[in-house]
Ligand binder design. Sequence first.
Ligand code: RTP
Ligand code: MG
Length: 142
Amino acid sequence: MAIERTLSIIKPDAVGKNVIGEIYSRFEKAGLRVVAAKMLQLTDESAGGFYAEHKERGFFKDLIAFMTSGPVMVQVLEGEGAVALNRELMGATNPADAAPGTIRADFANSIDANAVHGSDSAQSAAREIAYFFKDEEICPRA
Ligand code: RTP
Ligand code: MG
């Protein structure tokens, strides 16, 4: 499988629970490498632009309120099949449906406060990575 990159966000609930390291450990154990990272306080504008595809959805307002409720940790993950592998590690959007042992099953409280974001396709990954990182901020695997 090809080496890919995907955009991951540790959401305000998980940052608040102080489990950034535990979540990074899951990425690393699965063979994903952090090649760029920054902690950010999102604004209505930056969170709204990131989730623009959901603008017309009923949950958009709650989503933006939640994503701006505290700092997030944003990272680029690199590895074989990174997009699908990260989605597998995350588990289902609603933690009630997430498979045991997934990040959302273990750390998320609700469909809103669901611990992590991960790009859902290679195309989304390219857009989302460029949304947060300049090329020179990404350090490819050694
Ligand atoms: P994400 O984009 O955050 O990685 O999550 P996802 O792909 O699993 O889910 P997506 O459909 O892209 O939805 C983005 C976020 O919006 C919230 N949501 N709420 N109340 C609802 O029905 C609902 N549906 C989605 C979730 O917090 C989801 O992560
Ligand atoms: Mg999504």
